[in-house]
Design a protein around this ligand. Structure first.
Ligand SMILES: Nc1nc2c(ncn2[C@@H]2O[C@H](COP(=O)(O)OP(=O)(O)OP(=O)(O)O)[C@@H](O)[C@H]2O)c(=O)[nH]1
Ligand SMILES: [Mg+2]
Length: 465
């Protein structure tokens, strides 16, 4: 993930402060050096790095840590606040009818992001349409149409036209009953004059409420200049950073945001239309520093549960909290987890689970878990409805039959039943809980173990205010 190094190297440095209640100059100097190194490695602009590290240093030395705060938590809080400040608020994006114009270089992810954003708006209850004006790249029309199709949103384009401005005008008319219009444009290798001229013309016809610049997270120092040129020609209101699921360093994109005085609107985290997140500075930095992101997590859980319920008329996530917890519920829950996206991305959002803890897990830990879930799924497919509804009726004979039918070891069936029992017990504890209990539990989760040991202590830094 973006600036991944910062998270892990900072955690390393901060762990050396464990147990200290006061910071001396050497401690601060070491932390600041580590931050500088990570940011520079991530392609963040030099002068920006210097400004940032200076404020962190001054604050760490001058500000008195509130009573009971460890030196480590004090520094972490300052780093967190300064990073949030550097990145700024997310681009304002009211949920109302509007027109959005996307700009960016070739391959930056405009077409993909257009469909993703349309999908995002449709989940918020709006009726979006994607308008493809790229007449430059062969195949652009088909690609955009397919992606809009996957996002289940309206689409307009004209594969036979070579006039992007006209397509834009006709597209807005043709999709007049949509309320959010997202206009995709052609990219070029570099900022050529004709690209700028073309997008200026499209801009004047479309008259967008917002123009967003799409940047690949892998972009380096060149981002600064590029962002400024787009800003000069059409005015950039916000940035979409794509391909954050890769190994990209991301610093260039952050520099661009800072340079143009704009903000981040969305993050792209994969190739499918669902792989989009609204940018939230607090959650983003929390996750970066291994402190989790409960908001993003609960949004994903809610979405995934609803989706899983939609696919099956006989099943409603609400039933789990009321009736008994059956194997069928467990299978649906596993399905919902799959709908949430790659497990490691989800783990990053759990306070105390991201960053540091992930570094300690073996690389294949997630694969193993996902493999196990697949085995369980196959096993459940070999069960009768009665067995799924009443797992208690599954004795040795049935275990043997199911194992044979599913082609998995009997051991896996027993593990599955064991796992189901554990989950049933947990669910029982949730049942009958009032909202207040739930909130207390979320709070506890957010605070980690509270003992200051391991990542739990970091989790405690969540709710700064
Ligand atoms: N892994 C990953 N791939 C992405 C993401 N966003 C886009 N891509 C991929 O990047 C490639 C380029 O994306 P496009 O959306 O076609 O980029 P574009 O800006 O429209 O490109 P042009 O129209 O040629 O200028 C495609 O293969 C996408 O699947 C992302 O967030 N993560
Ligand atoms: Mg495109």
């Amino acid at each position: 993930m973006v600036l991944d190094n910062l998270g892990s190297s900072l955690r390393g440095t901060l762990s050396k402060l464990q147990g200290k209640s006061r910071l001396d100059e050497d401690d601060v100097a070491e932390v600041v050096k580590e931050i500088q190194r990570s940011l520079l490695q991530a392609d963040v602009d030099v002068s920006l790095v210097m400004d940032l590290s200076e404020s962190i240093e001054t604050r760490a030395l001058e500000e008195e840590p509130p009573g009971g705060t460890s030196a480590r938590d004090h520094v972490l809080k300052i780093v967190y606040e300064e990073l949030v400040d550097l990145i700024g608020e997310s681009t304002e994006l009211p949920l109302e009818p509007q027109t959005i114009l996307l700009a960016g270089l070739q391959g930056s992810g405009k077409t993909t992001s257009a469909a993703k954003m349309a999908w995002w708006f449709s989940k918020k209850g709006l009726r979006p349409a994607v308008i493809q004006t790229d007449t430059f790249r062969p195949g652009a029309y088909d690609q955009a149409e397919q992606m809009a199709d996957r996002a289940e949103v309206a689409f307009y384009g004209d594969p036979n036209s070579d006039d992007p401005v006209r397509i834009a005008r006709e597209g807005l008319e043709a999709t007049a009953d949509a309320d959010v219009h997202i206009v995709d444009t052609a990219g070029r290798h570099a900022l050529e004059d004709d690209l700028i001229a073309e997008i200026e013309e499209i801009e004047s016809v479309v008259d967008p409420d917002r123009s967003l610049l799409v940047l690949d997270a892998a972009i380096g120092q060149g981002a600064k200049e590029q962002a400024r040129q787009f800003d000069d020609s059409i005015g950039i209101d916000g940035v979409v950073i794509t391909k954050l699921d890769g190994t990209a360093k991301g610093g260039g994109a952050l520099t661009a945001v800072n340079e143009t005085d704009s903000s981040i609107a969305f993050l792209g985290t994969g190739e499918t239309v669902q792989d989009i997140e609204r940018f939230e500075p607090n959650g983003f930095i929390s996750r970066l520093l291994g402190m989790g992101d409960l908001k993003q997590l609960s949004e994903r859980v809610e979405r995934a549960m609803a989706e899983t319920g939609e696919e099956d008329d006989d099943w409603d996530p609400q039933d789990i909290m009321e009736g008994s917890f059956t194997l069928k519920d467990m299978q649906k829950q596993m399905e919902a987890m799959n709908n949430m996206g790659p497990l490691d991305q989800v783990m990053d959002m759990i306070p105390g689970m991201g960053g540091g803890l992930m570094d300690q897990l073996p690389d294949d830990a997630m694969d193993v878990t996902q493999e196990r879930m697949r085995t369980f799924d196959v096993a459940m497919d070999s069960m009768t409805d009665e067995e799924l509804e009443n797992p208690r009726t599954i004795g040795q004979e049935r275990v043997e039959r199911i194992a044979r039918g599913a082609g998995v070891p009997e051991e896996s069936i027993r593990e599955l039943l064991e796992q189901h029992k554990m989950m049933e017990r947990t669910i029982k504890q949730f049942q009958g809980m009032g909202d207040g209990d739930m909130q207390r539990m979320m709070k506890k989760l957010q605070q980690g173990d509270g003992g200051g040991g391991g990542m739990g202590g970091m989790g405690g830094m969540g709710p700064f205010g």
